[in-house]
Design a protein around this ligand. Structure first.
Ligand SMILES: CNS(=O)(=O)c1c(F)c(F)c(SCCN)c(F)c1F
Ligand SMILES: [Zn+2]
Length: 261
């Protein structure tokens, strides 16, 4: 069908504007963050996360990433504070990563990429009735971005990486109950924030981005397990390793990046 997109030569980020013209819009993500040009805003308070472990549902391979979905019928798991006027409900989290040794984050900092980037996707259920409505309206979504850097093993990431073999193929879904993603976060939640978009089609310009400055540290072995997933379905004959599922930085087009402290 027409809306097939991916990260390959012919269907990758440089081709997305064919089916999704907003790809060339004025508030696209990710971006390259220049800390010295970010405006420190003393009015930016801390990010407050209230996640309830009971809202996690399943882990899935959607053909683009590995995604953990959450129950979002009430305010049990929300993010608030910082640049947000309302609490935003946790809908899902997923990752973007590179190939062996090369970079795989979406946002970069002074041109430097990280090995991977975790996105916790939240939606404004005060102003919108459904996730879909929020995802297609300016500032309907708040995405918390966390960089992953290789080093020592992450003590809790094994809860995700141990489940990856069950979602190797596109379309596979497995139960994933009782997981609180707060265990993944670095100790400091100082952040940069700016107005942007989804980084995958349909690339809606609906995201308030909150990018945490301190990366989480994971081992090369843990990261390698993400690369055992494939973009393709079990029934397909070619097995395309899932890696480099990141969009490169987009033009800032006059936007301001603010910094907590
Ligand atoms: C920020 N990262 S992302 O890649 O642009 C991204 C996804 F991959 C998503 F899956 C979803 S939710 C489901 C909608 N198709 C989302 F809101 C989202 F923003
Ligand atoms: Zn993402």
């Amino acid at each position: 069908t027409g809306n097939q997109w991916g990260y390959g030569k012919d269907d990758g980020p440089s081709a997305w504007n064919k089916n999704y013209p907003v790809a060339d819009g004025d508030r696209q993500s990710p971006i390259d963050i220049l800390p010295h040009q970010a405006r420190h805003d003393p009015n930016l308070g801390p990010i407050v996360l209230n996640y309830d472990r009971c809202t996690s549902i399943n882990i899935a391979n959607n053909g683009h990433s590995v995604v953990v979905e959450f129950e979002d019928s009430d305010d049990r798991s929300v993010i608030q504070g910082g640049p947000l006027d309302n609490p935003y409900r946790l809908k899902q989290f997923h990752f973007h990563w590179g190939g062996k040794g090369c970079h795989g984050s979406e946002h970069t900092v002074e041109g430097n990429g990280y090995a991977s980037e975790l996105h916790l996707v939240h939606w404004n259920a005060v102003k919108f009735k459904t996730f879909g409505e929020a995802a297609s309206t300016p500032d309907g979504l708040a995405v918390l971005g966390i960089f992953l850097e290789t080093g020592d093993e992450h003590r809790w990431l094994h809860m995700i990486t141990d489940a990856l073999y069950t979602v190797k193929f596109k379309g596979s879904v497995t139960d994933f109950k009782g997981f609180n993603p707060k265990c993944l976060l670095p100790s400091s939640l100082h952040y940069w924030t700016y107005l942007g978009s989804l980084t995958t089609p349909p690339l809606h310009e609906s995201v308030i981005w909150i990018v945490v400055k301190e990366p989480m540290i994971v081992s090369e072995k843990q990261l390698g397990k993400f690369r055992t997933l494939v973009f393709t379905g079990e029934e397909e004959d070619e097995r395309t390793r899932m890696e480099n599922n990141f969009r490169p930085p987009q033009l800032l087009k006059g936007r301001t990046v603010r910094s907590s402290n």
